[in-house]
Ligand binder design. Structure first.
Ligand SMILES: [Zn+2]
Length: 117
């Protein structure tokens, strides 16, 4: 895919998961070119809040970065106010934690329903 760097069009290879139209952006520096995936969302209907988006995640990978881990694919967790980066191994660990968290939430709601009868 062509990218314009300092007025010069160069070709970069995107990973299969990249959804960025690099040709449409007017990046001036290699440091500004970043592959990004689509977002996946974690939603919850919260009493009193109109927005149900708690957190979203996406993949990222920079061509060049002062943060070396960003030149490999990594996961970005964005809660709205700030974002955190996770290595793919840490992202897998986080996913395992979410599964355990979901199980614990089900146990809590089941206990509350059983106790309410
Ligand atoms: Zn890309």
């Amino acid at each position: 895919m062509p990218v314009v760097i300092s007025g010069v069009a160069i070709h970069i290879e995107c990973p299969a998961w990249c959804t960025v139209d690099h040709a449409a952006s007017s990046s001036l520096h290699l440091e500004d070119v970043r592959h990004e995936s689509e977002h996946v969302d974690l939603k919850a209907t919260v009493v009193g809040l109109p927005d149900d988006l708690l957190l979203f995640a996406r993949l990222g990978q920079s061509l060049v970065s002062a943060k070396a881990y960003r030149t490999a694919p990594y996961l970005v967790l964005d809660g709205g106010d700030d974002a955190d980066d996770l290595t793919l191994d840490n992202a897998d660990e986080f996913a395992d934690n979410l599964v355990a968290f979901a199980t614990q939430i089900r146990e809590l709601t089941r206990a509350a329903r059983d106790g309410a009868q």
